[in-house]
Design a protein around this ligand. Structure first.
Ligand code: ATP
Length: 299
């Protein structure tokens, strides 16, 4: 009987080890439990419990910590269409009414599918990156255009409409929680608020592992490179900054193999290139964390 069949919202052959997210295991499983697990159950069971699916999540925290990455990967994992990703600033349009129209259009495909298929409709995920850009608090006209109010109002009315639709999940993201209009954060709207913070040391080891996966596979790291040591030296680095550090270290390694002079560039021993501990030590001098103070102590 159809009513007792689980909804296959996760791709059947999805490989969780390929998520490519370092150090956010707890956050990932919490988001999954709070926002998705109810959607696996047959609608009749959920209805009996008298609960409604979560309609919106807000991920907030410092830049470069993997918020966008996580939202995208959630989309990849699900047996639904590709999530729709929009940037707050993209929505803004100087022409009267056009920004509101842009918001309206985002919801139109999901609304049409729900009209046609009801509960059989697939899940539509709408990701709002830089949500703060469209939410300069209502009443304050500090965006210079005075359009902030009506865009937020349009978004609110769309989200309230989502109450009737069970096929939409909105993921908002911001570095500026203080800029988000409170009305958006109420139950039934972006009701789950999850902070995605800078990674701790264990998380940094995982992120270093993710981003050196190929180098390790092709044996391109010297044996003196100890990812645990690098993790200890990168306190307050975000995931994006750790990725930047690895890029910088590789540039030092490339550079050791290139002689530049007399209008000639000669690269030597292409296949002997390996990234050494000293490349990371050099990189640590040029890639610094934007938030907090690096506590890099070199012996
Ligand atoms: P912003 O607020 O600036 O948009 P964000 O939190 O959304 O930042 P992402 O765009 O997800 O950050 O991260 C930028 C890049 O940094 C990612 O594409 C990835 O390469 C790397 N990165 C960040 N966090 C992680 C992580 N936890 N694991 C692996 N890579 C990460």
């Amino acid at each position: 009987e159809a009513n007792s069949v689980a909804k296959e919202i996760i791709k059947p052959n999805f490989n969780f080890s390929e998520l490519g997210i370092g150090g956010l295991d707890d956050e990932f499983s919490n988001i999954f439990r709070r926002a998705f697990v109810s959607r696996i159950f047959p609608p009749s069971i959920v209805e009996k419990m008298g609960i409604q699916h979560v309609k919106g999540i807000l991920l907030y925290g410092p830049p470069g910590t993997g918020k966008t990455l996580m939202a995208r990967q959630i989309g990849k994992m699900l047996n639904s269409r590709e999530p729709l990703i929009v940037n707050g600033p993209e929505i803004l349009n100087k022409f009267v009414g056009q920004s509101e129209e842009n918001v309206r259009k985002l919801f139109a495909p999901a609304e049409a599918e729900y009209k046609a298929k009801g509960e059989e409709s697939g899940l539509h995920i709408i990701i709002f990156d830089e949500l703060d850009a469209i939410c300069k608090q209502r009443g304050s006209k500090n965006d210079g255009t005075g359009t902030g109010d009506s865009i937020v109002n349009q978004l609110l009315s769309k989200m309230d409409g989502v109450d009737q639709l069970n096929n939409i999940l909105i993921i908002g993201m911001t570095n500026r929680m203080d800029m988000i209009d409170e009305a958006l954060l109420r139950p039934g709207r972006l009701e789950i608020h999850m902070e995605i913070n800078l990674p701790d040391e264990k998380g940094r080891v995982q992120i270093l592992n993710v981003h050196t996966q190929k180098m390790r596979k092709y044996d391109l790291l010297e044996p003196d490179v100890d990812l645990k040591e690098i993790a200890a030296l990168t306190k307050n680095f975000s995931g994006a900054e750790i990725a930047g550090l690895i890029k910088s270290a590789s540039s030092f390694a490339f550079n050791r193999h290139v002689k530049i002079g007399d209008n000639a560039q000669v690269a030597q021993d292409f296949d002997k290139i390996k990234i050494a501990r000293s490349d990371f030590i050099h990189a640590l001098e040029e890639v610094r964390p934007a938030f907090g103070v690096a506590e890099t102590e070199l012996q």
